[in-house]
Design a protein around this ligand. Sequence first.
Ligand code: SF4
Length: 335
Amino acid sequence: MPTVSRDVDYLRLILHQDSDGILLSRKRSPELAIELPEIQELRMLLGLLADRGIEKVRITGDDPALREDLTEVVELVASISGVREIALTTRGVGLAGRIAPLAREGLAAINFNLDTLQPKRFKQLYGSDQYRAAWRAVEEALAQGVTVKINTVVTQGFNDDEIEDFAELARTMPLHVRFVEWNTDSEALAPPADFLPAWEVFAAVPHALHPGQAPPRSGPAKLFEVDGSPGAIGFIDNVTDHFCSECRRIGLTDRGEIQSCIFGHGLSLLTQLRGAEGESGVREFIDRVVRRKSTLVSRLGNAPSPFLEATAEFALARGDAAAAYGAAAPPPPAS
Ligand code: SF4
C-alpha cells in the first residue's frame, strides 16, 4: 500500500444544511441518493481516509449544532477505526440539552465561534436573540468534560472593546479563548480593512501572558497561559503570520468531495467509489490529493502571506506591539 508524502492527520467533515437529517436517514429522494453518499459509502470514505492517517475529525460546515442528525454523525465518525478524536465547530445555538449524548458517542471537543459576549450585539451580528442559549451550551460542554475553545474574530470598532471580557473568561474558566485575525470560513477572498493584527489584540489583553504548550492536533493557535488561571489565551494570526506550511488538514464534504485546502475545490471521491476502480480508485485519488497538498504547502513555506499580498491597502505598521508579540509568541503547533 503506497504511503503519503505528508503527515495529513486532520479531517474537516463539512456538512451543509441541505443534507440535514438526510445524510443518514432513509428518507432521501432518488435525486439526493445520486448526489449524497449512502451511509455505508460515507463510512467507507472515512475509513479509507483513516487508513491514510486521519486521526482527528472536526465536524463543521453550516452550523452542525442545528442538524437533526448530529448525534448519528458523531456515532458514525466514532465507529471509524483509527479516529482518535472528534471535535465540533459551532455557534452553540441549538446545542444545549444535547451535549451529554454527543459526549457519550465520543465528541471530545467543541469550538464555539462567538464574536461577542453581549446579547444585543449577538443579535446584531447573527440575527438571532439566542445568545443565552449559546452560552448555556458552553457551560454544559464544560460540565460534561468536553474541551471548550471560544474562537473570537476581533474587528476594529465592533468588538475590540470586549477583548478584556474575553480574556477574563480564560482567566476564570477552564477553557481556551482564541483571538482570530480573520474568519477563513467566510466567503471573502481577503480579510476586511477593519481586521486587527494579533499583536494589537495581544497588547490589549490586561493580563501577563506566558508562552504555553499546545497539545498535539490542537490547531494553529499560538497559546499563552495566564497567571494562576484555569484557562488559556491563543492567537490565530492567519493573516499576519500565515501557517499554511504547517497545515495537516484536508476536508471531506457531505457530497463525498475531498478538499486539500479550505480554499480549494472539492474532487469527488464518491464518483471514484462508485466507478469501476471502486475502493482502490479512492485510495489512489486520496494519495494524489495529499501529494498535491504537500507540494502546495512546501511552496507556501517561506512565502509572505497571500492574504497580505492581496490586501495592499492594509496599513500594517509593525511597531512596538508587533515586536513584543513576536518575541513572546511560542511557535504554533502543527495544525
Ligand atoms: S493550506 Fe492554509 S489555507 Fe489551506 S487549509 Fe491549510 S492552513 Fe488553511
